[in-house]
Ligand binder design. Structure first.
Ligand SMILES: Nc1ncnc2c1ncn2[C@@H]1O[C@H](COP(=O)(O)OP(=O)(O)OP(=O)(O)O)[C@@H](O)[C@H]1O
Length: 278
């Protein structure tokens, strides 16, 4: 299948202690798209991302990256698929920011000139140029998240897996980080899967949504399609994005609003029209 970056067939994963974390997952991720992976705590989001990154080996089922089973990539998989962990301290282990960003490139055999060029480019893109000489230990959580992202993006993966990238960030930093992810996806064509509890971000930044409930994929589709299934969303212990919840309240109060509008600007204009302000 040419337009799919990731295809998952009947994936099951059980941890060594016996806990079944994923059951019969089937997923298809379109090239260049941004997908949200939603689900309550313990629903299996991190486990699924780690299976896609080749860090966990499922007992059953297959994962294909660009049409080929992940096992066939061997070491090359780490160049194709970049994963950013929930906790940046699990990812950053070199003394300084520039050393950490350089780590993957050194392993891939890049020369010193290429490494410097690549670091300068990604640092400018992520606006972390003034941090390059800092020690990792001196950074804030948000800064560490950006450095972890730089270390992965510098290797130019085709697929980017983000595990709760906005957790612990202030609202503006969270928005800016997701905007950056969107810009990078548009300019490079990288496919992004982001596990998140931040449902408000989903209609703004994501093309597709996958919802996990106790290790099962219970819903999938565009944000419009998924958030229309209000009961199923709540059964999965999620809430609607605030904008959708507002639309729901207005409907309940007998106001007529076009539920196909999903950008903040469109919804705001509709709401102002409804309450009589132009
Ligand atoms: N190393 C492990 N050994 C045994 N069970 C584990 C292990 N890691 C995770 N689990 C269990 O697998 C299930 C799925 O965990 P996972 O971390 O994938 O959930 P999650 O959706 O990412 O949760 P959260 O939103 O809290 O990060 C949970 O019940 C968890 O307790």
């Amino acid at each position: 299948m040419t337009d799919s970056d990731i295809m998952i067939e009947d994936l099951c994963f059980q941890y060594p202690g016996g806990h079944v974390a994923l059951e019969h997952i089937n997923m298809y991720v379109k090239c260049g798209s941004i997908s949200a992976l939603l689900g309550a705590n313990g629903s299996g989001k991190s486990t699924l991302l780690q299976c896609m990154a080749g860090l966990l080996r499922p007992q059953h089922g297959k994962i294909y990256i660009q049409g080929k089973p992940i096992a066939s990539y061997k070491k090359e998989l780490y160049k194709k698929v970049g994963m950013i962990f929930q906790n940046p301290d699990d990812q950053l282990f070199e003394p300084t920011v520039s050393d950490d960003i350089a780590y993957g490139l050194i392993n891939l055999g890049f020369n010193t000139f290429e490494i410097h060029q690549a670091i300068d480019h990604i640092a400018a893109r992520l606006n972390i140029g003034d941090m390059l000489d800092k020690s990792i230990g001196s950074l804030s959580c948000g800064e560490k998240k950006k450095v972890a992202m730089a270390g992965v993006l510098v290797m130019q993966p085709d697929i980017l897996l983000l595990d709760e990238p906005t957790s612990g960030l202030d609202p503006l930093s969270a928005y800016e980080l997701m905007q950056l992810v969107k810009d990078i996806s548009i300019s490079t064509g990288v496919s992004v899967i982001v596990a998140t509890h931040d449902v408000d971000m989903v209609p703004v930044f994501c093309d597709y949504v996958f919802v996990l409930q106790a290790g099962h994929l219970c819903l999938s589709g565009s944000p419009e399609e998924v958030f229309m299934c209000k009961k199923a969303v709540r059964d999965a212990r999620l809430r609607l994005p605030r904008i959708e919840h507002l639309v729901e309240i207005l409907h309940r109060d007998g106001m007529n609003i076009d539920t196909t509008c999903f950008t903040i600007g469109q919804a705001r204009r509709q709401l102002l029209k409804l309450v009589g302000k132009k």
